[in-house]
Design a protein around this ligand. Structure first.
Ligand SMILES: Cc1ncc(COP(=O)(O)O)c(C=O)c1O
Length: 424
């Protein structure tokens, strides 16, 4: 039933029905949370053996209890290189999570500049391009640093490359772009080969323009036998002679422990030398004990592939629980769209324009917490007020089914109200 085809009288009848259902849910006193992409408890338990490991000495004989090795255990670099698809020599392992490395790299650019160019902080204004909808914490870093953010629209192939190519070529103050190229947060899309090639071939006016390639979900499949294929940006950049452009981020936050895993960034040799110089002042060294424990855990458990299959088995039914209800309740209503992701942590859900905030507020009123509407846009401002990010990883499939029913009900109610404003 297309809501847009309903008469005013039919909409009013529907509103009565939906309101009665709303009151029933209200009386039920639910308490459900689909707001943040946290691994569920069973996922965190996958890596529990890490905590039993008391080894101290790396395979090459380094005592990890001591200071030293700023850029990470070489043996772990070899293992991460496979997942990150970059040469081990170009990897820096450090910090507890990749956001810390992102924040560090932008801080260094703000304070010291990159490759001898003017520090970003010395400009009156520098700008970042932000494919939307995107990840709120990327936007928070820019906002805190005073970096102006420019929305770039995205479709199923990735961000609008025509606009990106034109803008970076014309404006020397555009210094960066945020990208989540595989199973993007929140849309779940994977950039097409053409998109990746066009990124590698960018000709920015700013020599210190950098692509912040946050490959957070590079091995996070829901259907491991049918993974999305992301072209290798680093290889493409090497072919184009643009290998100084990307910073490629990775972490095991959603593989071992969220915020307690290991994180890494890969960059060209020139970038890496500069990054290491700054990191060497910032810290006396990383937590190599944790790096060693991760190395041992990965080796003992068949590497990333078999560990990620365990995650997929836990995540897949949760995603499907949400998607099945969305299909059953909202297909052919014309009031919402969503994408069926094949990996990652999110389902991106779009209401009719002007409804997302009302839907999120109504869900909260019924005890279902969703990510705040607008969070997927810079400055928390979704120009259409339509995008909602659903995070299905943590609750059980049963809880998710219930929470999604509430989301559907609230979407229907908000849509009926919106349509009543213009219905004859
Ligand atoms: C795209 C993206 N990048 C980074 C992170 C956080 O990663 P980390 O824990 O390594 O900082 C998340 C977490 O949701 C994410 O969705």
């Amino acid at each position: 039933m297309m809501y847009q085809n309903l008469s005013r009288a039919q909409l009013l009848d529907l509103k009565n029905e939906l309101t009665a259902e709303y009151e029933k849910y209200k009386a039920a006193g639910l308490k459900l949370d689909m707001s943040r992409g946290r691994p569920g408890k069973a996922q965190l338990d996958i890596a529990l053996d890490i905590l039993d490991d008391k080894s101290c000495v790396s395979p090459s004989g380094f005592d990890c209890r001591n200071y030293g090795i700023l850029d990470g255990l070489p043996e772990l670099k070899e293992v991460l290189a496979e997942a990150m698809r970059v040469p081990a020599a170009n990897i820096f392992i450090g910090e507890n999570a990749s956001l810390a490395l992102m924040y560090a790299s932008i801080s260094f650019a703000m304070l010291f500049g990159i490759g001898g160019s003017k520090p970003w902080g010395k400009y009156e204004k520098v700008k970042f391009l932000c494919p939307v909808p995107g990840y709120d914490r990327h936007f928070a870093i820019c906002e805190e640093m005073g970096i102006e953010m420019i929305n770039i629209s995205t479709n199923e192939n990735g961000p609008d490359m025509d606009t990106i190519e034109k803008m970076v070529a014309e404006d020397e103050t555009i210094k960066g772009i945020w990208c989540v190229p595989k199973y993007s947060n929140p849309t779940g899309i994977t950039y097409s080969d053409e998109t990746v090639k066009r990124f590698a071939a960018l000709k920015p006016a700013a020599k210190d323009f950098r692509i912040f390639w946050d490959n957070a979900y590079c091995i996070h499949e829901l259907y491991p036998d049918n993974p999305a294929q992301l072209l290798n940006l680093y290889d493409e950049c090497v072919k184009n002679g643009t290998e100084d452009m990307p910073y490629i981020f990775f972490s095991t936050s959603k593989i071992t422990f969220a915020g307690g895993g290991v994180a890494a960034v890969a960059m060209s040799s020139a970038n890496l030398a500069e990054f290491k110089k700054h990191m060497g002042v910032r810290t006396i060294g990383a937590d190599k004990m944790n790096q060693l424990r991760h190395l041992n855990f990965l080796k003992a458990n068949g590497g990333f592939d078999s560990i990620m299959r365990k995650h997929a088995d836990l995540l897949r039914p949760r995603f499907e629980a949400v998607l099945d209800i969305l299909d059953a309740e909202l297909a052919d209503t014309g009031i919402a769209t969503w994408i069926r992701p094949a990996g990652g942590y999110f389902i991106s859900f779009d209401t009719l324009p002007g409804c997302a905030k009302k839907v999120v507020a109504a869900c909260r009123d019924l005890g279902v917490v969703l990510t705040g509407a607008g969070a997927t846009y810079p400055y928390g401002r979704d120009p259409k007020d339509s995008n909602i990010r659903i995070a299905p990883s943590s609750p059980s499939a049963e809880e998710l089914a219930q929470a999604t029913k509430v989301l559907c009900l609230c979407t229907k109610l908000a849509s009926v109200d919106a349509l009543l404003e213009t219905a004859e």
